[in-house]
Ligand binder design. Structure first.
Ligand code: FE
Length: 215
């Protein structure tokens, strides 16, 4: 499961089969125990905790990054601003209250494809992509993204021309990366919202490329 980059759904299915008793792992038990103690002692307010979780589960998510990508595709000056200072540019879209991380936007071109990893742990641009996918945090992705990025892309079903260089960006606690994918072909007639709908989470991590409508 953790080594299988392509099948998160399957992973989720195994653990949430309604016919099976719900599995609660050790980490979840520890989190519950900790939350209970903190609430009982009055250190945290359960409603506040719920609102924080709701914020990361619903309010922020890949739609924020997708909107920024689509805007960059239709607006050259926004694109320049995005590449210059990702956080400041996305802030102007007023989608989330605050883009907290130092966000570096890296642009895919026919010459260079960008892919993001955190080899040390699991740093991820939460403010623009929401919660990280399970595979992003796996040891297999974190090591193989560096050793064999083209092989990782193949696993994700992405085949790039040999002439396209793959550049891997390693996140740190201070620096997060967002990939600006190339606008797909046959999208000349699409408006910004329709374009944003083509921009997947993985395409902004660099493990996918957006696909346009077929000609
Ligand atoms: Fe990290």
């Amino acid at each position: 499961m953790a080594h299988d980059h392509t099948d998160e759904t399957h992973h989720a299915h195994i653990h949430h089969d309604p016919d099976q008793p719900q599995e609660v792992d050790e980490a979840q038990l520890r989190v519950r125990a900790l939350e209970t103690i903190l609430v009982e002692k009055g250190y945290v307010d359960p409603a506040t905790l719920d609102s924080i979780i709701d914020y990361f589960e619903h309010r922020v998510g890949p739609h924020v990054g997708a909107k920024a990508v689509a805007r960059a595709w239709v607006d050259e000056s926004f694109k320049r601003a995005l590449l210059e200072d990702g956080a400041a540019a996305i802030q102007t879209l007023n989608l989330v209250p605050r883009i907290g991380d130092h966000l570096i936007v890296v642009e895919n071109t026919p010459m260079q494809h960008n892919m993001v990893v955190c080899t040390l742990c699991s740093c991820y641009p939460w403010d623009v992509l929401g919660l990280p996918p399970t595979w992003y945090k796996s040891a297999a992705y974190r090591s193989r993204a560096i050793i064999d990025p083209r092989g990782v892309l193949t696993d994700f079903g992405v085949a790039l021309p040999e002439s396209t260089e793959i550049r891997v960006w390693d996140s740190t606690a201070e620096t997060r990366f967002l990939v600006l994918p190339m606008r797909p072909a046959n999208t000349e007639s699409l408006g910004e919202d329709a374009l944003a709908a083509l921009v997947t989470r993985n395409s902004m991590i660099g493990t996918a490329v957006p696909v346009g409508p077929s000609a």
